[in-house]
Structure formats: C-alpha cells, structure tokens
Design a binder for this molecule. Structure first.
Ligand SMILES: NC(=O)C1=CN([C@@H]2O[C@H](COP(=O)(O)OP(=O)(O)OC[C@H]3O[C@@H](n4cnc5c(N)ncnc54)[C@H](O)[C@@H]3O)[C@@H](O)[C@H]2O)C=CC1
Ligand SMILES: CC/C=C\C[C@H](O)C(=O)/C=C/C=C/C=C\C=C\[C@@H](O)C/C=C\CCC(=O)O
Length: 260
C-alpha cells in the first residue's frame, strides 16, 4: 500500500509506540492520522505532530477502546471527517503483573478483547464492498513467544493477538474483504509502558545483550507491514538481537492445496 494520501486510525496513539507509528505515516505523506486514546495527552501529541508534519491532518479522539460502542464511534468520526479509512493500528495496550488480579484482567481485556473489536471494526469499515480495502496492524509482543515470569495475562493476551491476527489474515478472508491483517511483535522498547510494572526495567537490565529499542526502530517494521502488499496474516518480530524479521507462516509454506 502506498501510504501517501491515506487515512489512518491508531489506538493508543498518544503513547510511545503509537506516536512513532503516526510519525512514520506522516513522514510518508499520509493525508490524515487520528490518534484514538483514553489519555487526554493525545491532544498535545496531535498538536505536536501537526506542527512537525504539515500539511497532514492529525486529530485526537478521546475513547476507551474497551467499550465497543465508544470504539465504533471513533471509526464513525474518522469515516465522516475524512471520507474513508485505509490503515488501522490496534496498538493500545497495558502490562500488569500477576499480583494485581484486577489489573491482569484489564490487561487481557485491553490487549486482546479490544484488539478483536478493532480488527472487526477495521474489516467492516474498510471492506472493499463499502470501503476501498486496507490494512490492519495488531500490536502483539515478543512476550507472545518468549514468556516473562509474573505476567501470565500479558503473555496470554499477546499470544492471543498473534492467533487472532493469523486467523483474520487467512487468504480467503482477504479475498472477501480486501483488508490485510498483520501482527507486530516488538521486544522491549523505550516507552512509558516499561515504567508501569515495578521491577521491569531492573529485570530487563539483567538480561544479557538486551538493549532496549527505540520506538522509531519498531516503527520501521510497522511501516513495512503497512506497505508490503504481499504480507497478510504475517507475524513480524522486532528484536535487538535479530532485527526485523517475518516469522514463517506454516500454512503459506505448505502445499497450497492444504487447508490447515
Ligand atoms: N514498550 C514495549 O516494550 C513494548 C510494547 N508493546 C505493546 O505496544 C503497544 C503500545 O505500548 P507502548 O507504546 O509501549 O505503551 P504506552 O503506555 O506508551 O502507550 C499505550 C497507550 O495506550 C493508551 N491506552 C491505554 N488504555 C486505553 C484504552 N482503554 N483505550 C484507549 N487507549 C488506551 C494509553 O493512554 C497510552 O497512550 C502495547 O500494546 C504494548 O503491549 C509490545 C512490545 C514491547
Ligand atoms: C510484562 C510486559 C513487559 C514488557 C512489555 C512488552 O511486551 C515487551 O517488551 C515484552 C518483551 C518480551 C521479550 C521476551 C523475550 C525477548 C527476547 C528477544 O529479544 C530475543 C530474540 C530472539 C532470541 C530468541 C528466539 O526465539 O530467537
């Protein structure tokens, strides 16, 4: 997909990775980006991006994406304001440790249930019948593959995002909707999220050869998932050790006649 002239909706857009994804799209001349976030900081972030990347339009839409009806309102807002939606990034997320049961359940709901909402809404609003097709990027994590002690719900939610994305990205679904769906799995990245779990930074510091990546580096992988029309149902890992890599998809690598 050529990003120039396109319209994007990014959940968690006020956060570290969300802002980096928005900046990457604006540098590539996207027509408009809407930051959908529960934090009112989104207003300043939108203003900051408008100043940095004129004449692109950057809006902030205050919304709790865990509420389906409110989240649908964000899609209606972008559709009405810009006439179309081409790119959806389900990025809003949080991390709570297992000791915090209510925080852990909220983690499962935000990181997985809300990503399901955003994937369903993205497919509905961008469907080639009513829209013009498009691409959805679901932000998972390396925690989907390499679990961390003390974050059962976080790991489970991210593994769920990978499975959800691979299901949404099967060839038959793409043929029907014209919407590609891919998963992005970064390792530790320098954002405020790392300060929300006590002891996390200390744990990371103990890991051998594990520098914390910049959001801008992760955004390079994000942009590849948006632009590369060959990628659908793809899972991309971004790590300091191995860089940006696509995890082979067993189904695509098998005889094409196989259905599993
Ligand atoms: N920072 C890291 O090391 C990594 C982060 N990730 C994932 O990247 C995504 C973005 O996280 P970061 O930018 O690192 O964190 P962040 O904390 O900087 O950004 C998260 C954003 O989501 C927003 N948000 C939280 N609950 C919301 C809700 N109910 N509705 C709407 N927005 C809501 C927050 O206000 C914030 O702006 C998350 O899904 C996270 O799990 C994945 C791998 C590595
Ligand atoms: C509790 C939430 C913590 C952090 C949030 C975020 O999801 C995150 O950064 C999680 C990262 C988890 C990383 C776990 C291990 C990562 C290892 C890789 O960087 C090493 C890469 C490859 C070697 C192993 C392999 O399978 O090839």
């Amino acid at each position: 997909m050529k990003i120039s002239g396109k319209v994007a909706l990014i959940t968690g857009g006020a956060g570290g990775l969300g802002k980096a994804f928005a900046a990457a799209l604006l540098r590539a001349k996207a027509k408009a980006v809407c930051l959908v976030d529960i934090s009112s900081r989104g207003k300043e972030v939108a203003e900051d991006l408008r100043l940095q990347y004129p004449p692109s339009q950057v809006d902030f839409y205050h919304c709790d994406v865990m509420n389906y009806d409110l989240f649908k309102g964000a899609f209606d807002f972008v559709q009405k304001r810009f006439g179309a939606i081409d790119i959806v990034c389900n990025n809003a997320g949080m991390a709570a440790s297992d000791h915090n049961v209510s925080g852990s359940i909220r983690t499962l709901r935000l990181n997985l249930e809300a990503v399901y909402f955003g994937t369903k809404l993205g497919m509905d609003y961008m469907d080639k019948e009513s829209g013009r097709g498009g691409v959805i990027i679901n932000v998972a994590s390396m925690a989907a593959f390499l679990p961390l002690m003390g974050s059962m719900c976080y790991n489970a939610s991210k593994a769920g995002v990978v499975a959800l994305t691979k299901s949404a990205g099967v060839p038959e679904q793409y043929e029907m909707t014209g919407v590609r769906v891919n998963a992005l799995c970064p390792s530790f990245t320098e954002t405020p999220l790392l300060d929300t779990s006590s002891g996390l930074r200390e744990m990371i510091a103990q890991l051998p050869n594990h520098p914390i990546m910049s959001p801008e580096y992760v955004a390079e992988g994000f942009q590849q998932l948006v632009e590369n029309e060959e990628l659908c149902g793809a899972v991309m890992r971004v790590t300091p050790q191995k860089g940006i890599e696509i995890v082979p998809n067993r189904r695509k690598d098998r005889n094409s006649s196989s259905k599993l």
